[in-house]
Design a protein around this ligand. Structure first.
Ligand code: SF4
Length: 322
């Protein structure tokens, strides 16, 4: 973990953020307009130097949230304030993508790929940009000579290092890491996480780290948020969340982490298997969206969407049972 002070003034404030995608409807002629509510009302505040992890089943909206924050998608509703500015310099926010194979242009040299953001923004001279590329290649554990080669000459882990260098070339302060290791071989995932941690220290970066590997998220994050159907249902400092999960969905998610002896009879902890699938984000359940799978669902859970409430120690939970 970065160990930064989570009470610092936020570098990022997200308020009531929604990202809905229109879908083609069979009932088109009825005039009905249907939307996928990928992100449906997220409030999130991140301190400078902090790493916030984001977990949840696939389709819960975590990647869409990351992409909307860096403005790869225009928000449907809500505010994104970066360093106190609602229209920040986009160079300050960058993204590292999941798939290093798809995210690098195969026809460009590694040097051109890494320096492209600098060239687009007219930063530095040609010689200065080349020097920056060499320095970034060293910092991500590659050789400056690699600048002359093409992406297909590298392994998956090396390509992700190139992707990281490209994301950092224009000097961002905030980086969304969108499943940056899930496409990589297990044996090299830790190396890439180490590179990201070293660069965080070197540049004082702030990360929003999206992943489905719950153990890795615990390792790298200061705080962890849990998403379900487009909303954050629980967020807390990492050790607090993993040691004292409160929301029924978080408990189920964390119970899936295999630990030696955990599921032995009498071990006191058992795996919680959720019934059913995640409902469609086109037509989510009213009130608490988790109620169709929740063992504690009551009538009142259908009334209104539960807001995140402070339980102390920076621990926030959205559940009517509190
Ligand atoms: Fe379960 Fe109700 Fe809490 Fe939702 S609000 S998690 S349905 S108990």
């Amino acid at each position: 973990m970065s160990g930064r002070d989570a009470n610092d003034r936020p570098i990022l404030e997200v308020r009531g953020l929604k990202k809905h995608f229109p879908v083609r409807s069979k009932r088109f002629f009825s005039g009905e307009r249907r939307v996928v509510k990928a992100v449906d009302g997220v409030d999130l505040s991140i301190s400078r130097g902090e790493t916030v992890g984001l977990v949840g089943e696939s389709g819960c909206g975590k990647s869409t949230l990351g992409r909307t924050i860096v403005r790869l998608y225009e928000p449907t509703e809500g505010q994104i304030i970066f360093s106190g500015d609602a229209s920040p310099d986009r160079r300050k926010m960058q993204m590292i993508f999941q798939d290093p194979y798809a995210s690098l242009n195969p026809r460009m040299t590694v040097g051109d790929i890494i320096s492209e953001p600098l060239a687009i923004h007219g930063i530095g001279t040609r010689a200065g940009r080349a020097e920056r590329v060499h320095s970034l290649l060293r910092q991500v554990g590659l050789n400056p000579d690699h600048a002359m080669r093409y992406p297909h000459e590298f392994s998956g882990g090396q390509r992700q290092r190139i992707g990281i260098a490209r994301a950092l070339s224009a000097g961002p302060e905030f980086v969304v890491c969108d499943e940056p290791i899930s496409a990589l071989d297990v044996s090299i995932q830790a190396q890439v996480v180490n590179v990201l941690e070293d660069l965080r220290e070197l540049y004082g970066l702030t990360y929003l780290f999206i992943a489905h590997d719950l153990s890795m998220i615990r390792h790298i994050s200061d705080r962890v948020g849990v998403m379900y159907l487009g909303r954050i249902v629980e967020i807390a400092p990492a050790e607090e969340l993993y040691g004292n999960p409160w929301h029924p969905y978080t408990k189920a998610l964390l119970s899936s982490i295999p630990r030696i002896g955990r599921w032995k009879e009498g071990a006191g902890e058992r795996r919680i298997v959720l019934k059913g699938d995640v409902p469609s984000p086109i037509d989510p359940p009213s009130g608490c969206a988790f109620r169709t799978r929740c063992a504690y669902a009551a009538e009142k859970c259908a009334d209104q969407v539960p807001a995140l409430k402070d339980r102390g120690a920076g621990h926030y939970v959205a559940c009517r049972l509190q």
